[in-house]
Design a protein around this ligand. Structure first.
Ligand SMILES: Cc1ncc(COP(=O)(O)O)c(C=O)c1O
Length: 434
Protein backbone atom coordinates (compact mmCIF):
# COMPACT_ATOMS: atom_id res chain seq x y z
CA UNK A 1 0.00 0.00 0.00
CA UNK A 2 1.28 3.49 -0.82
CA UNK A 3 2.05 6.06 1.88
CA UNK A 4 0.10 8.53 -0.30
CA UNK A 5 -3.65 8.75 -0.98
CA UNK A 6 -2.86 7.91 -4.59
CA UNK A 7 -1.93 4.24 -4.72
CA UNK A 8 0.28 4.74 -7.76
CA UNK A 9 2.48 7.32 -5.98
CA UNK A 10 5.79 6.28 -4.42
CA UNK A 11 9.15 7.84 -3.52
CA UNK A 12 12.31 7.09 -5.53
CA UNK A 13 15.97 7.04 -4.44
CA UNK A 14 16.30 10.79 -5.18
CA UNK A 15 13.53 11.52 -2.67
CA UNK A 16 11.21 12.48 -5.55
CA UNK A 17 7.54 11.66 -5.84
CA UNK A 18 6.80 9.14 -8.59
CA UNK A 19 3.49 8.32 -10.20
CA UNK A 20 2.88 5.05 -12.06
CA UNK A 21 6.65 4.47 -11.83
CA UNK A 22 7.65 7.82 -13.38
CA UNK A 23 9.53 10.63 -11.56
CA UNK A 24 7.17 13.62 -11.31
CA UNK A 25 10.09 16.08 -11.14
CA UNK A 26 11.36 14.77 -14.49
CA UNK A 27 7.84 15.03 -15.92
CA UNK A 28 7.63 18.67 -14.80
CA UNK A 29 11.00 19.37 -16.40
CA UNK A 30 10.13 17.66 -19.67
CA UNK A 31 6.55 18.83 -20.18
CA UNK A 32 6.45 22.09 -18.16
CA UNK A 33 3.98 23.12 -15.47
CA UNK A 34 1.19 23.31 -14.57
CA UNK A 35 0.83 19.76 -15.77
CA UNK A 36 -1.88 17.17 -15.29
CA UNK A 37 -0.53 13.65 -15.09
CA UNK A 38 -2.90 10.70 -15.45
CA UNK A 39 -2.23 7.02 -14.83
CA UNK A 40 -4.01 5.25 -17.70
CA UNK A 41 -3.63 1.81 -16.16
CA UNK A 42 -5.43 3.00 -13.04
CA UNK A 43 -8.33 4.40 -15.10
CA UNK A 44 -8.66 1.07 -16.90
CA UNK A 45 -8.47 -0.85 -13.64
CA UNK A 46 -11.43 1.05 -12.16
CA UNK A 47 -13.43 0.68 -15.40
CA UNK A 48 -12.95 -3.09 -15.11
CA UNK A 49 -14.05 -3.10 -11.47
CA UNK A 50 -17.31 -1.37 -12.44
CA UNK A 51 -17.92 -3.53 -15.49
CA UNK A 52 -17.32 -6.78 -13.63
CA UNK A 53 -19.33 -5.83 -10.55
CA UNK A 54 -22.29 -4.58 -12.58
CA UNK A 55 -22.43 -7.59 -14.88
CA UNK A 56 -22.02 -10.06 -11.99
CA UNK A 57 -24.72 -8.42 -9.89
CA UNK A 58 -27.16 -6.94 -12.40
CA UNK A 59 -26.73 -9.25 -15.40
CA UNK A 60 -24.91 -9.08 -18.70
CA UNK A 61 -26.84 -6.11 -20.10
CA UNK A 62 -25.88 -3.84 -17.18
CA UNK A 63 -23.79 -0.93 -18.37
CA UNK A 64 -21.48 1.54 -16.62
CA UNK A 65 -21.53 4.89 -18.40
CA UNK A 66 -18.53 7.11 -17.75
CA UNK A 67 -19.79 10.53 -16.59
CA UNK A 68 -17.57 12.45 -18.94
CA UNK A 69 -18.20 15.80 -17.22
CA UNK A 70 -15.53 14.54 -14.82
CA UNK A 71 -12.91 14.53 -17.59
CA UNK A 72 -13.57 15.01 -21.27
CA UNK A 73 -11.05 14.79 -24.08
CA UNK A 74 -10.72 12.46 -27.04
CA UNK A 75 -8.35 9.98 -25.41
CA UNK A 76 -10.64 9.33 -22.48
CA UNK A 77 -13.52 8.30 -24.78
CA UNK A 78 -11.14 5.93 -26.61
CA UNK A 79 -10.25 4.30 -23.29
CA UNK A 80 -13.94 3.98 -22.36
CA UNK A 81 -14.72 2.41 -25.73
CA UNK A 82 -11.86 -0.09 -25.34
CA UNK A 83 -13.01 -0.97 -21.83
CA UNK A 84 -16.58 -1.55 -23.04
CA UNK A 85 -18.16 1.33 -21.11
CA UNK A 86 -20.78 3.74 -22.37
CA UNK A 87 -20.68 7.41 -21.52
CA UNK A 88 -22.89 10.30 -20.57
CA UNK A 89 -22.74 13.80 -22.02
CA UNK A 90 -24.14 17.16 -21.01
CA UNK A 91 -23.45 19.22 -24.13
CA UNK A 92 -22.93 19.11 -27.86
CA UNK A 93 -19.26 19.69 -27.04
CA UNK A 94 -18.94 16.44 -25.12
CA UNK A 95 -20.89 14.55 -27.79
CA UNK A 96 -18.71 16.02 -30.52
CA UNK A 97 -15.50 15.15 -28.66
CA UNK A 98 -16.68 11.56 -28.24
CA UNK A 99 -17.60 11.31 -31.93
CA UNK A 100 -14.23 12.70 -32.98
CA UNK A 101 -12.63 9.97 -30.88
CA UNK A 102 -14.64 7.34 -32.76
CA UNK A 103 -16.82 6.58 -29.73
CA UNK A 104 -20.13 4.85 -30.52
CA UNK A 105 -22.58 7.50 -29.31
CA UNK A 106 -25.48 5.06 -29.38
CA UNK A 107 -23.92 4.01 -26.04
CA UNK A 108 -24.26 7.55 -24.75
CA UNK A 109 -26.97 9.19 -22.61
CA UNK A 110 -27.57 12.91 -22.94
CA UNK A 111 -28.17 14.90 -19.76
CA UNK A 112 -28.79 18.48 -18.78
CA UNK A 113 -31.54 20.67 -17.37
CA UNK A 114 -31.50 23.00 -20.35
CA UNK A 115 -30.73 21.30 -23.63
CA UNK A 116 -31.06 23.85 -26.41
CA UNK A 117 -32.87 23.04 -29.66
CA UNK A 118 -29.43 23.01 -31.33
CA UNK A 119 -28.13 20.49 -28.77
CA UNK A 120 -31.19 18.30 -29.20
CA UNK A 121 -30.93 18.29 -32.99
CA UNK A 122 -27.17 17.69 -32.92
CA UNK A 123 -27.52 14.79 -30.48
CA UNK A 124 -30.32 13.19 -32.51
CA UNK A 125 -28.52 13.59 -35.82
CA UNK A 126 -25.41 12.10 -34.19
CA UNK A 127 -27.41 9.05 -33.05
CA UNK A 128 -27.07 9.53 -29.28
CA UNK A 129 -28.69 6.49 -27.66
CA UNK A 130 -30.81 7.97 -24.88
CA UNK A 131 -31.93 11.41 -23.80
CA UNK A 132 -32.41 11.82 -20.07
CA UNK A 133 -35.37 14.18 -20.11
CA UNK A 134 -35.29 16.78 -17.36
CA UNK A 135 -38.55 18.69 -17.82
CA UNK A 136 -41.76 19.02 -19.82
CA UNK A 137 -40.57 21.84 -22.10
CA UNK A 138 -37.64 19.65 -23.08
CA UNK A 139 -39.92 16.68 -23.72
CA UNK A 140 -41.98 18.85 -26.08
CA UNK A 141 -38.86 20.10 -27.86
CA UNK A 142 -37.55 16.54 -28.26
CA UNK A 143 -40.90 15.43 -29.67
CA UNK A 144 -40.97 18.34 -32.14
CA UNK A 145 -37.39 17.88 -33.36
CA UNK A 146 -37.61 14.07 -33.51
CA UNK A 147 -40.75 14.53 -35.64
CA UNK A 148 -38.90 16.89 -37.99
CA UNK A 149 -36.00 14.45 -38.35
CA UNK A 150 -38.36 11.49 -38.63
CA UNK A 151 -37.17 9.37 -35.71
CA UNK A 152 -38.58 8.03 -32.45
CA UNK A 153 -36.06 9.09 -29.77
CA UNK A 154 -35.42 6.74 -26.86
CA UNK A 155 -35.65 8.57 -23.55
CA UNK A 156 -35.30 8.07 -19.82
CA UNK A 157 -36.98 10.51 -17.45
CA UNK A 158 -34.94 12.12 -14.70
CA UNK A 159 -36.64 11.50 -11.39
CA UNK A 160 -35.80 13.22 -8.11
CA UNK A 161 -36.22 10.56 -5.44
CA UNK A 162 -35.87 13.02 -2.54
CA UNK A 163 -32.74 11.64 -0.91
CA UNK A 164 -30.38 13.82 1.09
CA UNK A 165 -27.07 12.03 0.63
CA UNK A 166 -25.34 13.90 3.48
CA UNK A 167 -22.89 15.58 1.23
CA UNK A 168 -21.98 19.09 0.22
CA UNK A 169 -25.24 20.82 -0.69
CA UNK A 170 -23.85 22.24 -3.93
CA UNK A 171 -23.40 18.74 -5.29
CA UNK A 172 -26.42 16.94 -3.90
CA UNK A 173 -28.92 16.78 -6.70
CA UNK A 174 -31.42 14.12 -5.59
CA UNK A 175 -33.33 16.24 -3.09
CA UNK A 176 -36.71 17.77 -3.91
CA UNK A 177 -35.18 21.25 -4.05
CA UNK A 178 -33.05 20.62 -7.10
CA UNK A 179 -32.71 22.28 -10.46
CA UNK A 180 -32.59 18.75 -11.91
CA UNK A 181 -35.40 16.34 -12.59
CA UNK A 182 -38.95 15.70 -11.45
CA UNK A 183 -39.80 14.96 -7.84
CA UNK A 184 -41.97 11.97 -7.00
CA UNK A 185 -43.25 13.73 -3.87
CA UNK A 186 -44.70 16.70 -5.77
CA UNK A 187 -46.46 14.60 -8.40
CA UNK A 188 -44.31 16.10 -11.15
CA UNK A 189 -42.59 12.78 -11.83
CA UNK A 190 -45.91 11.14 -12.58
CA UNK A 191 -47.10 14.09 -14.64
CA UNK A 192 -44.09 13.99 -17.00
CA UNK A 193 -44.16 10.18 -17.15
CA UNK A 194 -47.81 10.14 -18.25
CA UNK A 195 -47.06 12.84 -20.81
CA UNK A 196 -44.06 10.95 -22.17
CA UNK A 197 -46.16 7.82 -22.61
CA UNK A 198 -48.53 9.91 -24.70
CA UNK A 199 -45.87 11.64 -26.80
CA UNK A 200 -45.61 10.17 -30.28
CA UNK A 201 -41.98 10.74 -31.27
CA UNK A 202 -40.35 9.40 -28.12
CA UNK A 203 -39.98 5.91 -26.71
CA UNK A 204 -39.82 5.86 -22.93
CA UNK A 205 -37.34 3.15 -21.88
CA UNK A 206 -37.23 3.91 -18.17
CA UNK A 207 -36.02 6.29 -15.52
CA UNK A 208 -32.91 7.97 -14.19
CA UNK A 209 -31.90 9.29 -10.79
CA UNK A 210 -28.70 10.80 -9.44
CA UNK A 211 -28.55 11.69 -5.78
CA UNK A 212 -25.28 13.59 -5.58
CA UNK A 213 -21.54 13.20 -5.62
CA UNK A 214 -18.67 12.24 -3.29
CA UNK A 215 -20.94 10.00 -1.19
CA UNK A 216 -19.23 7.39 1.01
CA UNK A 217 -22.24 5.56 2.44
CA UNK A 218 -24.09 2.86 0.52
CA UNK A 219 -27.39 3.56 2.32
CA UNK A 220 -28.47 6.62 0.27
CA UNK A 221 -27.95 4.66 -2.96
CA UNK A 222 -30.01 1.75 -1.62
CA UNK A 223 -32.81 4.10 -0.56
CA UNK A 224 -32.80 5.80 -3.95
CA UNK A 225 -32.83 2.47 -5.79
CA UNK A 226 -35.70 1.15 -3.66
CA UNK A 227 -37.70 4.35 -4.18
CA UNK A 228 -37.15 4.01 -7.93
CA UNK A 229 -38.34 0.38 -7.91
CA UNK A 230 -41.43 1.45 -5.99
CA UNK A 231 -41.99 4.22 -8.54
CA UNK A 232 -41.66 1.76 -11.42
CA UNK A 233 -44.21 -0.52 -9.71
CA UNK A 234 -46.60 2.38 -9.13
CA UNK A 235 -46.41 3.53 -12.75
CA UNK A 236 -46.92 -0.05 -13.94
CA UNK A 237 -50.05 -0.35 -11.79
CA UNK A 238 -51.43 2.97 -13.04
CA UNK A 239 -50.54 2.72 -16.74
CA UNK A 240 -49.39 -0.81 -17.54
CA UNK A 241 -45.99 0.62 -18.60
CA UNK A 242 -43.12 -1.58 -17.47
CA UNK A 243 -39.87 0.39 -17.33
CA UNK A 244 -37.11 -1.80 -18.72
CA UNK A 245 -34.17 0.49 -17.91
CA UNK A 246 -33.12 2.18 -14.70
CA UNK A 247 -30.13 4.49 -14.57
CA UNK A 248 -28.85 5.03 -11.04
CA UNK A 249 -26.48 7.92 -11.83
CA UNK A 250 -23.05 8.36 -10.26
CA UNK A 251 -21.76 9.61 -6.94
CA UNK A 252 -19.45 7.08 -5.27
CA UNK A 253 -16.93 8.78 -2.99
CA UNK A 254 -13.22 9.20 -3.65
CA UNK A 255 -10.43 9.26 -1.07
CA UNK A 256 -8.85 12.70 -1.55
CA UNK A 257 -7.16 12.82 1.86
CA UNK A 258 -6.22 10.21 4.43
CA UNK A 259 -9.20 11.18 6.62
CA UNK A 260 -11.55 9.96 3.87
CA UNK A 261 -12.53 6.29 4.04
CA UNK A 262 -11.80 3.67 1.40
CA UNK A 263 -14.96 2.94 -0.55
CA UNK A 264 -15.28 -0.53 -2.04
CA UNK A 265 -17.20 0.01 -5.29
CA UNK A 266 -17.71 -3.72 -5.97
CA UNK A 267 -19.09 -4.38 -2.49
CA UNK A 268 -21.42 -1.36 -2.73
CA UNK A 269 -22.75 -2.51 -6.12
CA UNK A 270 -23.40 -5.99 -4.72
CA UNK A 271 -25.28 -4.61 -1.71
CA UNK A 272 -27.36 -2.25 -3.86
CA UNK A 273 -28.16 -5.08 -6.30
CA UNK A 274 -29.22 -7.49 -3.54
CA UNK A 275 -31.53 -4.92 -1.96
CA UNK A 276 -32.99 -3.92 -5.32
CA UNK A 277 -33.72 -7.49 -6.34
CA UNK A 278 -35.57 -8.00 -3.07
CA UNK A 279 -37.50 -4.83 -3.58
CA UNK A 280 -38.39 -5.76 -7.18
CA UNK A 281 -39.66 -9.15 -5.97
CA UNK A 282 -41.74 -7.53 -3.24
CA UNK A 283 -43.33 -5.10 -5.67
CA UNK A 284 -43.82 -7.69 -8.38
CA UNK A 285 -41.73 -5.93 -11.04
CA UNK A 286 -39.09 -7.40 -13.32
CA UNK A 287 -35.58 -6.11 -12.56
CA UNK A 288 -34.82 -3.46 -15.20
CA UNK A 289 -31.53 -3.24 -17.09
CA UNK A 290 -29.29 -1.20 -14.80
CA UNK A 291 -27.01 1.63 -15.83
CA UNK A 292 -24.73 3.62 -13.54
CA UNK A 293 -22.80 6.81 -14.28
CA UNK A 294 -19.56 6.91 -12.29
CA UNK A 295 -17.36 9.88 -13.10
CA UNK A 296 -15.20 11.00 -10.18
CA UNK A 297 -14.51 7.46 -8.97
CA UNK A 298 -13.11 6.41 -12.37
CA UNK A 299 -10.64 9.23 -12.94
CA UNK A 300 -10.00 11.23 -9.74
CA UNK A 301 -7.43 8.93 -8.13
CA UNK A 302 -5.65 8.42 -11.44
CA UNK A 303 -4.52 12.04 -11.67
CA UNK A 304 -2.28 14.59 -10.04
CA UNK A 305 -1.27 18.13 -10.94
CA UNK A 306 2.29 19.47 -10.88
CA UNK A 307 3.10 23.14 -10.36
CA UNK A 308 6.31 25.14 -10.02
CA UNK A 309 6.73 27.20 -6.89
CA UNK A 310 7.29 30.89 -7.70
CA UNK A 311 7.48 32.55 -4.31
CA UNK A 312 7.23 31.89 -0.59
CA UNK A 313 5.71 34.82 1.23
CA UNK A 314 5.98 34.93 5.01
CA UNK A 315 3.80 37.48 6.78
CA UNK A 316 5.41 37.70 10.25
CA UNK A 317 3.25 36.30 13.07
CA UNK A 318 0.40 35.75 10.66
CA UNK A 319 0.55 33.47 7.66
CA UNK A 320 2.78 31.91 4.99
CA UNK A 321 1.88 31.59 1.34
CA UNK A 322 3.47 29.38 -1.28
CA UNK A 323 2.53 30.68 -4.74
CA UNK A 324 2.42 28.34 -7.70
CA UNK A 325 2.08 28.79 -11.45
CA UNK A 326 -1.51 27.49 -11.65
CA UNK A 327 -4.50 27.56 -9.30
CA UNK A 328 -8.20 28.22 -9.75
CA UNK A 329 -7.89 28.43 -13.53
CA UNK A 330 -6.85 24.76 -13.74
CA UNK A 331 -8.46 23.62 -10.47
CA UNK A 332 -11.43 25.68 -9.24
CA UNK A 333 -12.53 23.04 -6.70
CA UNK A 334 -10.97 24.64 -3.65
CA UNK A 335 -12.43 28.04 -4.54
CA UNK A 336 -15.85 26.43 -5.15
CA UNK A 337 -16.12 23.83 -2.39
CA UNK A 338 -12.99 24.16 -0.19
CA UNK A 339 -12.09 20.68 -1.41
CA UNK A 340 -9.30 19.02 0.53
CA UNK A 341 -6.21 17.64 -1.15
CA UNK A 342 -3.01 15.85 -0.24
CA UNK A 343 -0.19 18.16 -1.32
CA UNK A 344 3.53 17.42 -1.48
CA UNK A 345 6.75 19.13 -2.52
CA UNK A 346 7.61 16.55 -5.16
CA UNK A 347 11.39 17.10 -5.04
CA UNK A 348 11.56 17.11 -1.21
CA UNK A 349 9.45 14.13 -0.18
CA UNK A 350 11.86 13.06 2.57
CA UNK A 351 12.50 16.58 3.92
CA UNK A 352 11.12 17.56 7.32
CA UNK A 353 7.58 18.99 7.15
CA UNK A 354 7.31 21.92 9.54
CA UNK A 355 6.27 24.88 7.41
CA UNK A 356 2.60 25.79 7.91
CA UNK A 357 1.35 27.52 4.81
CA UNK A 358 -1.45 28.15 2.35
CA UNK A 359 -1.07 27.41 -1.35
CA UNK A 360 -1.96 30.36 -3.56
CA UNK A 361 -2.64 30.24 -7.26
CA UNK A 362 -1.48 32.91 -9.69
CA UNK A 363 -4.85 34.44 -10.57
CA UNK A 364 -5.84 37.94 -9.59
CA UNK A 365 -8.31 36.76 -6.90
CA UNK A 366 -7.66 36.48 -3.18
CA UNK A 367 -9.83 33.37 -3.20
CA UNK A 368 -7.49 31.67 -5.68
CA UNK A 369 -6.18 29.04 -3.27
CA UNK A 370 -5.54 25.32 -3.49
CA UNK A 371 -5.24 24.67 0.27
CA UNK A 372 -5.02 26.53 3.57
CA UNK A 373 -2.96 25.87 6.69
CA UNK A 374 -1.23 22.72 5.57
CA UNK A 375 2.24 21.61 6.66
CA UNK A 376 4.96 21.10 4.08
CA UNK A 377 8.75 21.19 3.96
CA UNK A 378 10.00 24.75 3.51
CA UNK A 379 9.74 25.45 -0.21
CA UNK A 380 11.70 27.74 -2.52
CA UNK A 381 11.31 29.11 -6.03
CA UNK A 382 11.73 26.31 -8.55
CA UNK A 383 10.43 23.50 -6.32
CA UNK A 384 7.74 21.26 -7.79
CA UNK A 385 4.48 21.11 -5.90
CA UNK A 386 2.19 18.11 -6.47
CA UNK A 387 -1.54 18.16 -5.74
CA UNK A 388 -2.81 14.58 -5.62
CA UNK A 389 -6.13 13.12 -6.81
CA UNK A 390 -6.98 15.83 -9.32
CA UNK A 391 -8.13 13.56 -12.17
CA UNK A 392 -11.83 14.51 -11.87
CA UNK A 393 -13.52 17.89 -12.26
CA UNK A 394 -10.21 19.72 -12.62
CA UNK A 395 -9.29 19.80 -16.29
CA UNK A 396 -12.97 19.65 -17.23
CA UNK A 397 -13.68 22.70 -15.04
CA UNK A 398 -10.56 24.62 -16.08
CA UNK A 399 -10.89 28.10 -17.56
CA UNK A 400 -8.74 30.69 -19.28
CA UNK A 401 -9.23 33.22 -16.47
CA UNK A 402 -6.52 35.88 -16.62
CA UNK A 403 -5.79 34.52 -20.10
CA UNK A 404 -3.95 31.54 -18.72
CA UNK A 405 -3.66 28.60 -21.09
CA UNK A 406 -5.03 25.28 -19.90
CA UNK A 407 -2.31 22.81 -18.90
CA UNK A 408 -1.25 19.78 -20.88
CA UNK A 409 -2.40 16.32 -19.88
CA UNK A 410 0.30 13.66 -19.88
CA UNK A 411 -0.91 10.07 -19.62
CA UNK A 412 1.30 7.29 -18.37
CA UNK A 413 0.66 3.90 -19.89
CA UNK A 414 2.71 0.88 -18.77
CA UNK A 415 5.39 3.22 -17.38
CA UNK A 416 5.60 5.36 -20.54
CA UNK A 417 4.38 8.97 -20.58
CA UNK A 418 2.69 10.46 -23.65
CA UNK A 419 0.91 13.75 -24.32
CA UNK A 420 -2.85 13.18 -24.39
CA UNK A 421 -3.80 16.87 -24.54
CA UNK A 422 -1.28 19.51 -25.49
CA UNK A 423 -0.76 22.69 -23.50
CA UNK A 424 -2.68 25.74 -24.74
CA UNK A 425 -0.40 28.34 -26.28
CA UNK A 426 -0.57 32.12 -26.39
CA UNK A 427 -1.77 31.76 -29.99
CA UNK A 428 -4.60 29.47 -28.85
CA UNK A 429 -5.70 32.19 -26.45
CA UNK A 430 -6.33 34.68 -29.25
CA UNK A 431 -7.59 32.12 -31.76
CA UNK A 432 -11.21 33.32 -31.55
CA UNK A 433 -10.53 37.04 -31.28
CA UNK A 434 -11.41 39.08 -34.40
C1 LIG B 1 -26.48 13.06 -13.81
C2 LIG B 1 -25.13 12.77 -13.31
N1 LIG B 1 -24.61 11.55 -13.50
C3 LIG B 1 -23.38 11.22 -13.06
C4 LIG B 1 -22.59 12.14 -12.39
C5 LIG B 1 -21.23 11.73 -11.94
O1 LIG B 1 -21.11 11.74 -10.57
P1 LIG B 1 -19.74 11.31 -9.91
O2 LIG B 1 -18.65 12.00 -10.65
O3 LIG B 1 -19.85 11.76 -8.52
O4 LIG B 1 -19.64 9.82 -10.04
C6 LIG B 1 -23.08 13.44 -12.17
C7 LIG B 1 -22.27 14.43 -11.46
O5 LIG B 1 -22.67 15.20 -10.66
C8 LIG B 1 -24.39 13.75 -12.64
O6 LIG B 1 -24.89 14.98 -12.46
Amino acid sequence: MSEFVMESCKVNEDGHLTVAGVDTVSLAKEYGTPLMVMDENKIRQVCRIYKKAMIENFGENALPLFASKALSFKGIYRIMAEEGLGSDAVSSGEIYTAKEAGFDVSRMVFHGNNKTDEDIRFAMESGVGRFVVDNIEELEAINRIAGQIGIKQKIQIRITPGIDPHTHKAISTGKIDSKFGNAIATGQAEEITLKALDTPNVELTGFHCHIGSQIFETEPFISAAEIMIEYIADIKKKTGFSAFELNLGGGFGVRYVKEHPYFDYSAAIKTIADKMKNSAKQHGVKMPVIMMEPGRSIVASAGLTLYTVGSVKQIPDFKNYISVDGGMADNPRYALYQSQYEIKIANKINAKSDFVCSIAGRCCESGDLLAENITLPKAERGDILAVLVTGAYNYSMASNYNRLGRPAIVMIKDGKPYIAVRRETLKDLVAYDM
